[in-house]
Design a binder for this molecule. Structure first.
Ligand code: ADP
Length: 186
């Protein structure tokens, strides 16, 4: 069984989507093993979205591709674009209430990312959380000088999930228990 970190971002909390989001994971047989609400500090969010070259490049590259698809060529490098998105994210995530959860289950990192959907709600699978609960897009976010409001964050891979769970939770906040349906689900 794997554990992964999920954050319901301030847009998700303020839109009253906490129950909707959690029930999608629970319905898939995934177990909430830690949960809390907080307004995270800028310091915590900047450690979560770390100043990591690979991540900055990957975020910048997605932004470039999306602009090029609309015929707009961005002058900034991928890293510069990534840095711009990072500083907007730090400001945004520390601006309001966030629900932070550790979710456990069979291949939960992959399963949660699948239920969450791809980064841009406009083009995310319509049955995913992002695709069914938002229409936000790269274009609108960039022109409004803010990050994409895509309701949720979910860890990308095993190493990131372990590091992110350690960042947001202490060992004693991770609770082990058996769900009543575990023997049927597995
Ligand atoms: P994901 O959250 O799907 O793993 P990334 O790690 O690439 O996506 O980006 C982190 C977050 O940064 C996204 O969820 C989104 O809120 C925001 N974001 C990414 N790229 C952009 C962009 N070009 N413009 C605005 N916000 C962005």
């Amino acid at each position: 069984m794997e554990r992964t970190l999920v954050l319901i971002k301030p847009d998700g909390v303020r839109r009253g989507l906490i129950g909707n989001v959690i029930s999608r994971f629970e319905s898939a047989g995934l177990k909430v093993c830690a949960i809390k609400m907080l307004v995270p500090s800028k310091e915590l969010v900047s450690r979560h979205y770390a100043d990591n070259e690979d991540w900055l490049r990957s975020v910048g590259s997605k932004a470039k591709k999306s602009s090029e698809a609309k015929g707009i060529v961005l002058k900034e490098s991928e890293i510069e674009l990534g840095q711009k998105v990072r500083s907007r994210l730090i400001k945004y995530l520390s601006s309001g209430p966030v629900i932070c959860m550790a979710i456990e289950g069979n291949e939960s990192i992959f399963a949660v990312r699948k239920i969450v959907g791809s980064t841009e709600p406009k083009s995310a699978d319509p049955s995913s959380i992002r695709g069914s609960l938002s229409t936000d897009s790269y274009g609108l976010a960039d022109s409004s000088d803010r990050p994409i409001k895509n309701i949720i964050h979910a860890s990308e891979d095993y190493a990131t999930a372990s590091a992110e769970i350690k960042l947001w939770f202490s060992e004693s906040e991770l609770i082990e228990y058996k769900r009543a349906d575990e023997e049927i689900v597995y």
